[in-house]
Design a protein around this ligand. Structure first.
Ligand SMILES: C[S@@+](CC[C@H](N)C(=O)[O-])C[C@H]1O[C@@H](n2cnc3c(N)ncnc32)[C@H](O)[C@@H]1O
Length: 183
């Protein structure tokens, strides 16, 4: 199973789950209107291998999700919380990296995407923060060269709703893939 935190309107789930019907996907979104919209989109498109959950992904990953369970965890265009006093609200931080590491399965031969945490942002300062925190978590994750998911369109980093909307403004996008180091 794959987990996406902050699915927004569910574009990634609709696209990627349709391409991989053998994999189950769980999308988590705490804005109720988006969670309902994404769930309805999956239903209308007949994407039977993906589900939406309306809840806080941080609480979910810290207190409810099992060890060594998800093939991949996806985090696309998380809220950047640009003010310094709000940085502690960023999803990409040490406490959550420890939880992402815990819930990911170990990389498994024959399952090339396994044990991966995939991230994208358009926010240069947040990306620098991510790089710094990834470096501090080198004992947990190995950084891999970024490759878009199979569902991304040409020149897209992921191809979510957010990316498509802001690409028109000329924004730059950054992607990161971290592969779990087995505990
Ligand atoms: C900038 S939007 C990006 C949405 C989508 N990933 C995309 O790329 O189109 C960030 C989304 O993450 C959601 N979000 C932020 N923090 C969250 C959390 N702790 N748990 C679940 N969803 C969260 C927000 O409600 C918002 O829909």
């Amino acid at each position: 199973m794959d987990l996406e935190i902050g699915s927004g309107k569910g574009t990634f789930l609709v696209q990627q789950a349709s391409l991989e019907p053998q994999v189950r996907f769980l999308g988590v979104e705490y804005a109720r209107a988006f969670a309902l919209y994404a769930g309805d989109r999956l239903r209308r498109r007949g994407v039977a291998n993906a589900r939406m959950m309306h809840t806080d992904g941080v609480m979910l990953i810290r207190f409810y999700l099992p060890n060594d369970f998800f093939r991949q965890v996806h985090l696309y265009f998380p809220d950047p919380w640009p003010k310094k006093r709000h940085h502690k609200r960023r999803f990409f931080q040490t406490e959550n990296l420890i939880e992402v590491h815990r819930v990911l399965m170990d990389p498994t031969p024959g399952l090339p995407e396994s044990g991966r945490f995939r991230v994208a942002t358009d926010h240069a300062d947040y990306f620098a923060w991510m790089e710094e925190h990834a470096k501090q978590a080198e004992h947990l994750f190995e950084r891999l060269p970024y490759e878009p998911p199979a569902s991304a369109g040409e020149c897209e980093v992921v191809g979510t709703n957010f990316e498509r909307k802001y690409r028109e403004e000329g924004r730059t996008f950054h992607g990161m893939i971290l592969r779990k180091r087995p505990a």
